[in-house]
Design a protein around this ligand. Structure first.
Ligand code: AP5
Length: 214
């Protein structure tokens, strides 16, 4: 299962809820890359400039990172933030075909004009990736994670100019995946403007026992 949608649409929020409440195994490429950066790995150093500029990390680096992760993942795995280009989607299909699995995409549909407010108000726990929002999903104590009591941070790429760049990149490089999965009959859509609980409810309805997701 793939979560597809623009930055700030709520993909990470929903992935974390599915993990917590339904035991879904979720993998976020953004979180994997940020962990590599924090640990100072070669991949993290190669990726950081692209991430800070709001650009996509090159396909070759992403595919090298994701191939072993996808091979090792259990059936029903949720991919948040991958694939993000047609080349990545084709590579994922080829990889899954080798293990007789296939991917279905869930598109988070939202007016792009709503996203800046979501992203500039976002606070993240850098240790766990859990996300909050000043207004829409505030922690019990401002700046402090509800779970582990540690400090929350704001992501460097959530600055208005970088957000606008990320939205442009989404329109140009990632939005074509909507057609890619739709033509293959493997796209489901949800209204991501709804509140968090409604979106979760919609996903629970979409991802039933009949799902053939990877
Ligand atoms: P990544 O970390 O994946 O960022 P993104 O796709 O830009 O997505 P976001 O994490 O910004 O948004 P989200 O949809 O998860 O929203 P969230 O749930 O947090 O990628 C970062 C970078 O890594 C990329 O720019 C790129 O450089 C690189 N990268 C990653 N994958 C790559 C790939 N495959 N190829 C190449 N490069 C790659 O919600 C946002 C805010 O809104 C939160 O504050 C939340 O509390 C709030 N919120 C959530 N849902 C709702 C709701 N329903 N109503 C109101 N508020 C809500």
């Amino acid at each position: 299962m793939i979560f597809l949608g623009p930055p700030g649409a709520g993909k990470g929020t929903q992935a974390q809820i599915l993990e917590r409440e339904h035991g879904v195994h979720a993998i976020s490429t953004g979180d994997l890359l940020r962990r590599n950066r924090a640990e100072g790995t070669a991949l993290g150093r190669a990726a950081e400039g692209y991430m800070d500029r709001g650009e996509l990390v090159p396909d070759a680096l992403i595919l090298a990172m994701m191939e072993p992760v996808v091979r090792a993942a259990p059936a029903g795995v949720l991919l948040d933030g991958f694939p993000r280009t047609v080349a990545q989607a084709e590579a994922l299909d080829a990889l899954l075909a080798q293990c007789e699995r296939r991917a279905v995409a869930i598109l988070f549909e939202i007016d792009l004009g709503l996203l800046e407010a979501r992203l500039v108000g976002r606070w993240t726990n850098p240790r766990t990736g859990r996300v909050y929002h000043d207004v829409f999903a505030p922690p019990r104590v401002a700046g402090i994670d509800d779970d582990d009591g540690g400090p929350l941070i704001q992501r460097e790429d959530d600055e208005p100019e970088t957000i606008r760049k990320r939205l442009r990149v989404y329109r140009e490089a990632t939005a074509p995946l909507v057609t890619y999965y739709d033509r293959a009959g493997r796209l489901q859509r949800l209204d991501a403007t709804a509140n968090v609980e409604s979106v979760t409810h919609t996903i629970e309805g979409l991802v039933g026992p009949e799902s053939n997701a990877a």
